[in-house]
Design a protein around this ligand. Structure first.
Ligand code: ATP
Ligand code: MN
Length: 462
């Protein structure tokens, strides 16, 4: 069994013959020796391999090796005279499994733009940056599950196909088996969804929240962590058509509890990534966003600022800068405003609460002022909104009223309303885009580079 390179880089020199396998990053020749940098994905760092060329019969094999080739070496781990590593492999044998002809292999030993790498998404995980992103993404997934599991939250698999009309119009991908070139119509001339697969219109989910509420109102603390879809026709560096969302939902919990969990959650995930992915985080700090590891560490150490929307608007109005979108009470905060609040006013994350009801979803609990709702957004420097959450309206009459005044069809919400008729309790939750947090943690500018296979308008190759 081959040894993992991450393990070998920490190991002591030994006379035991070992095997390593991976892809060659570089090959360098001297008179008697050939040096290889080998990577197997287990760590950012490569293992240096030193091969004595004067041994017979291997020059042909060595010639087959270029950047990208897959190779198996056997040898012994020795102390390295080089300054970049403490150990290296003194190879006794080399076996090339797959060549990577230099004339055509797109990944050469130089910096490639992320735009270019997106065109070769089948090869980009072999680069330092995308490899580091993959390891951080993995560690964060585990940290997220651990955070909730340690606190007794149940992981609920909410549906990906949603045939309830609850989630609001626009931005949804339809799921259908109707023949698109001959769509059946009803008497009114509309699409006859009665003849579609589910007997009604169905879409890919934009959020698992409403279904998570069902389980929270039975099992108390639950969370979802799954794919979410939005037909976002916006070409931004923060929006994907397919992304992963984490949505905890807690019964017997008000907005205060919700904010506490959100803050603990972010801090705990940041701390865990710094602990588990030290080397990768150093890489991001050095090459992608200067000092990001320290800035995450400082976020972990101090409490988040809290600020009602009304105060935030006041801060923005007295700001000595002109925003593209002017600010007045009632407008939704744009990302320029969110950045100003976090970077200039609060110098760190801020939780903005109690937004005007008109700009928030129907299910958010109405405050006594009847103008604002118990919503909270966690805003962070560089990125703006990272979490959106709220206490849910748990009062039947008020919820029904909201549904009606917003012009929604109450029939579509019968089961959601039922949750307020039977054993209703204060409950709250939030949603967090997984890729947004990864962007935040790594400093990666474009969301397309923190998901293995980005889906965006006009692009779904690979
Ligand atoms: P935004 O204003 O950035 O479009 P939103 O208000 O549409 O966000 P919500 O509906 O509150 O976002 O979704 C919850 C979380 O999901 C957001 O805080 C964000 O982290 C993430 N998110 C939303 N849309 C996308 C997207 N298209 N791609 C990736 N993440 C997203
Ligand atoms: Mn949006």
């Amino acid at each position: 069994m081959a040894q993992r390179i991450s393990h070998l880089l920490q190991a002591d020199p030994s006379d035991t013959l070992i095997t390593v396998e991976g892809w060659v990053r570089t090959k360098r020749d001297s008179k008697n020796f050939c040096f290889f940098e080998l990577n197997d994905g287990s760590s950012l760092k490569n293992l240096q391999i030193v091969l004595d060329k004067t041994t017979e019969d291997i020059s042909e094999e060595i010639d087959r090796v270029s950047t990208g080739a897959s190779v198996v070496f056997t040898g012994i781990l020795v102390e390295s005279p080089g300054k970049n590593q403490s150990v290296e492999l003194q190879a006794k044998s080399i076996e090339v499994l797959g060549e990577a002809p230099a004339e055509s292999y797109p990944l050469q030993k130089k910096r490639h733009s992320f735009e270019f790498l997106r065109e070769i998404a089948h090869l980009r995980p072999r680069t330092n940056t995308l490899g580091a992103v993959a390891r951080v993404r993995n560690a964060m997934s585990m940290a997220i599950h651990n955070f909730f599991q340690e606190r007794g939250f149940l992981y609920i698999h909410t549906p990906i196909i949603s045939a309830s009309d609850c989630e609001g119009a626009g931005e949804m991908f339809q799921v259908t088996t109707l023949p698109l070139d001959a769509v059946p119509k009803n008497e009114a001339g509309r699409v006859d969804y009665a003849r579609d697969f589910f007997g009604k219109q169905a879409n890919l989910t934009v959020s698992g929240q409403l279904e998570a509420e069902i389980y929270a109102l039975a099992l108390k603390n639950v969370y979802t962590f799954g794919p979410t879809f939005r037909a976002e026709n916006s070409n931004t560096s923060r929006h994907l058509a397919e992304f992963w969302m984490i949505e905890p939902e807690m019964a017997f919990c008000t907005l205060e509890g919700d904010m506490r969990v959100a803050e603990d959650f972010l801090k705990s995930v940041f701390a865990e990534v710094l602990r588990v992915c030290t080397e990768d985080m150093e890489f991001f700090s050095k090459w992608v966003e200067k000092g990001i590891a320290e800035s995450l560490q400082s976020i972990v150490e101090k409490p988040f600022v809290h600020m009602p929307y009304t105060d935030a608007v006041r801060e923005l109005q007295k700001a000595p800068v002109t925003f593209d979108y002017p600010v007045s009470w009632g407008v939704d905060l744009q990302s320029e405003h969110e950045k100003y609040l976090t970077e200039q006013v609060c110098n760190g994350p801020v939780i903005v609460t109690d937004y005007p009801r008109e700009i928030k979803a129907f299910y958010m609990k109405l405050n006594d002022d009847e103008k604002t709702v118990r919503a909270m957004d966690v805003l962070v420097p560089r990125l703006g909104e990272i979490i959106g959450g709220s206490e849910r309206e748990n009062r039947y009459d008020l919820l029904l009223d909201r549904i009606r005044t917003m012009g929604l069809n109450e029939k579509d919400y019968w089961w959601y309303l039922d949750l307020r008729r039977y054993g209703s309790v204060p409950h709250a939750g939030f949603g967090l885009g997984f890729e947004r947090v990864i962007q935040y943690v790594t400093g990666m500018q474009n969301i397309r580079d923190v998901i293995p296979f980005p889906r965006t308008v006009g692009s779904a190759e690979f």
